[in-house]
Ligand binder design. Structure first.
Ligand code: SAM
Length: 346
């Protein structure tokens, strides 16, 4: 997965062509239109106000960045979400924008270049980095469809031996194939005995140590504020439902869903469901408090419902915004299968 997506020469995400949106391989909440970014911006502005007024306190040891507010986006891809958010701040909250640094966490130099081109208008408040120092962020660290795109391990249950066998990738000079690695592999969190007793032989699953490590590092980077992610995923017990006996790895090519991830490396998106139980646990272990875990539709509806509150005015929505809102809230689309995890360092 790592090479197919991130190899500097052939990796799927290293290419400039549009992979997201109608002309690409898959849609995201961002490619639905500007409304997703506008709703997030409204929520983030609320959170930043809370931090500014001391509702979420910074530590007593004053760091050099203590007065500055940060929005840190990871997995910014083409920079579309950044643009929607920054445009909203420019229009609605110029006071906050002047106190804000928008940081894009982007390890790929090629992607940094594409994003810089897209965000030229906001050059004075956008910066890039490839990692965050512990305790360096006062603000919000967020991502949309980042964790599902991280490298993962895949394993198959051997019911006779009662052990997991890791699945490696072999190359015969022409094609790639799954191949069982020698010896047993330990899962990061062992499954309960009653579940293992009934798990059928050959049940296949996957886990992403990269995703949990990323969440742990981001949690530790947060001095005060929120860590939030939007993605499709499940809790651990749902990942072992009989209907997922082949795991959740999928490919997307030209909006077609596929289940042969080794067939066209570098030419299609590869993704797997996020294990939200694990991510949540890692954040709580790093002393974050879970503010929200649930369906994306409900989270966004909560923000949309706030529009106009306090002014006594009914919010005015354009037809285009209403169409986008319907898509974002629709149970079959982004509303139900996408989840939001928002954790806070108080
Ligand atoms: C599915 S795309 C997300 C698209 C975008 N956020 C959107 O909503 O349209 C995943 C992105 O995450 C990036 N990515 C993967 N690992 C990353 C990491 N460790 N840090 C930052 N970005 C990463 C990939 O390069 C890719 O641009």
């Amino acid at each position: 997965m790592e090479l197919a997506l991130y190899c500097p020469e052939y990796g799927y995400y290293e290419k400039e062509r549009d992979s997201v949106g109608r002309g690409g391989d898959f849609h995201t909440s961002v490619s639905v239109g500007a409304l997703f970014g506008e709703l997030l911006a409204a929520r983030f502005a609320d959170w930043l106000d809370t931090i500014r007024t001391g509702g979420v306190s910074a530590s007593t040891t004053e760091g050099e960045n203590n007065g500055r507010l940060f929005l840190v986006e990871a997995g910014a891809h083409r920079g579309d979400l950044a643009l929607d958010i920054l445009n909203w701040f420019k229009r609605e909250r110029p006071d906050l924008l002047s106190e804000l640094t928008y940081v894009i966490l982007e390890p790929s130099p090629a992607r940094q270049k594409f994003q810089a081109g897209r965000l030229g208008e906001f050059a004075s408040c956008v910066t890039w980095c490839s990692g965050l120092d512990p305790g360096s962020v006062r603000g919000v660290i967020f991502s949309n469809e980042l964790l599902d795109a991280m490298p993962l391990s895949r394993a198959r249950w051997d019911a006779g031996r009662r052990e997991w066998r890791e699945m490696g990738v072999a190359f015969d000079g022409e094609t790639f194939q799954w191949e069982l690695m020698p010896g047993a592999v330990a899962m990061p969190i062992p499954l309960p005995e009653p579940l293992l007793a009934v798990l059928p032989d050959g049940f296949t699953t996957e886990w992403s140590t990269a995703a949990t490590e990323w969440w742990n590092r981001s949690a530790r980077a947060l001095k005060c504020g929120w860590l939030v992610t939007f993605d499709y995923g499940l809790e651990w017990e749902d990942l072992f439902d009989p209907c997922r006996s082949n795991g959740t790895i999928r490919t997307y090519h030209r909006h077609r869903l596929g289940d042969t991830p080794l067939a066209h490396p570098g030419e299609c998106d590869l993704t797997a469901h996020v294990n939200f139980s694990e991510i949540r646990r890692v954040g709580e272990e790093a002393a974050l408090v879970t503010d929200y875990y649930g369906r994306q539709g409900a989270f966004l509806a909560g923000i949309a419902g706030l529009a106009g509150k306090g002014t006594g005015e009914t919010p005015v929505w354009t037809d285009q915004q209403l169409r986008q809102l319907r898509t974002l809230l629709h149970p079959v689309g982004f509303g139900d299968s996408f989840r939001v995890l928002a954790q806070r360092r108080a």
